[in-house]
Ligand binder design. Structure first.
Ligand code: KG4
Ligand code: ZN
Length: 346
């Protein structure tokens, strides 16, 4: 039995994992708190994590029907993320491990996203027997990357965003249209009633041979488009058409580049995770493109797309069973930890 904590950004989360099964997963989102400011305020996030960690952890233990002394190991997100936010969960988990005299594991947040598509069902459980090498798209508010997962716990970053992340592009264009933060889910909702071909926005780097992304140019072109066509925002249909067209530009780039990487590397499976993977158009278009190209697709369950401790715990337990607990209670957080540096066993 393993307890995992996740506090890298604006979700305070705790989960209890047993043999690849999620016994409990509690997420307290701070979205309401930060939406007032139009984005995550790091100091407020850290304070809120400190307030939430005890109740969230207690609830996770209660829902799993266990007490702390039954835990075999404790894990927490070590990075990347907001320094003060990371520190709250990471240091709390280390303190628990110290007090309970149990092993501790510091987990890479992106690596946890990477394996989250292999967790599914009700109740949620990991199925690594179905695992196969894949190209994994991680898309959220803070990151957009393509990773070649060659084997279990063996991966190589192919490319990432050179400026804004895909979720950031959703959020910033939403702000220009006057939508509340985070705008991704709202754009998704409004786009369903819109015409994706109404306006033609650029698809940055879509044909670039590299696997990197760039979304800040798209955001800028939306800004100029809205400045030059202000009347568009006066009608619900205008707003929906705009949302559908922007969303389609983002989704096209993500889908085309992911499939291209899989074909180039001869990989037969694609996975996707991270907050933006909740997007219905992205899920639809990835499914259609995979079908056209004879590729298998595994999308993270929606509840595991946004940040959560369950994915951290699933990966941590996997590592724990392979004797990869770090033992070091003096380890520090790594706010800028790159996935490339995450050492994999030979
Ligand atoms: O993974 P996540 O919860 O946090 C980060 O690590 O960033 O992702 C949050 C991001 C936000 O930018 C949000 O707008 C976006 O995911 N998002 C969506 C949708 N749901 C969440 N973007 C587009 N469509 C959605 N349905
Ligand atoms: Zn994340």
């Amino acid at each position: 039995m393993l307890l995992a904590l996740e506090t890298s950004c604006d979700e305070t989360s705790a989960a209890v994992i047993h043999d690849g099964r999620v016994l409990s997963s509690v997420v307290s989102s701070q979205i309401k708190l930060h939406s007032e400011y139009g984005g995550v305020v790091p100091e407020l996030a850290a304070r809120e994590h400190l307030r939430n960690l005890m109740p969230v952890t207690t609830t996770a233990l209660n829902e799993a029907g266990i007490t702390a002394d039954q835990l075999e190991a404790i894990a927490a997100t070590r990075g990347p993320g907001l320094p003060h936010a990371l520190m709250t969960g990471f240091k709390s988990a280390q303190a628990m491990a110290f007090a309970l005299r149990k092993p501790f594991l510091g987990i890479h947040h992106h690596e946890a996203h990477l394996y989250s598509p292999w967790v599914s069902g009700k109740p949620l459980a990991a199925d690594f027997s179905a695992f196969e090498p894949n190209i994994s798209l991680i898309v959220s508010g803070g990151h957009t990357m393509l990773v070649h997962v060659q084997g279990e716990l063996k991966h190589r970053v192919l490319g990432s965003t050179v400026d804004d992340a895909a979720g950031e592009c959703f959020d910033k264009t939403g702000k220009l249209i006057g939508l509340p933060y985070p705008a991704g889910p709202e754009i998704d909702r409004l786009a369903e009633k819109g015409n994706a071909k109404a306006f033609d926005f650029p698809r940055p780097m879509i044909n670039d041979p590299a696997d990197d992304f760039s979304f800040s140019g798209l955001k800028t072109s939306v800004r100029y488009f809205v400045r030059d066509n202000p009347a568009l925002l006066d009608t619900p249909q205008g707003i929906s058409d705009l949302c559908a067209s922007v969303q389609s530009a983002i989704v096209d780039v993500l889908v085309k580049k992911t499939v291209k990487a899989a074909r180039r590397l001869g990989v037969r499976c694609i996975t996707a995770s991270g907050g933006v993977t909740c997007n219905r158009a992205l899920r639809r278009e990835l499914a259609a493109a995979c079908q056209r190209n004879g590729l298998k697709l595994r999308l993270a369950e929606k509840e595991l797309c946004t940040d959560n401790a369950a994915m951290v715990g699933i990966l941590a337990e996997r590592k724990f069973r392979q004797n990869q607990a770090s033992d070091s209670l003096t380890e520090e957080i790594r706010p800028n930890w790159s996935l490339q540096e995450e050492r994999v066993p030979a």
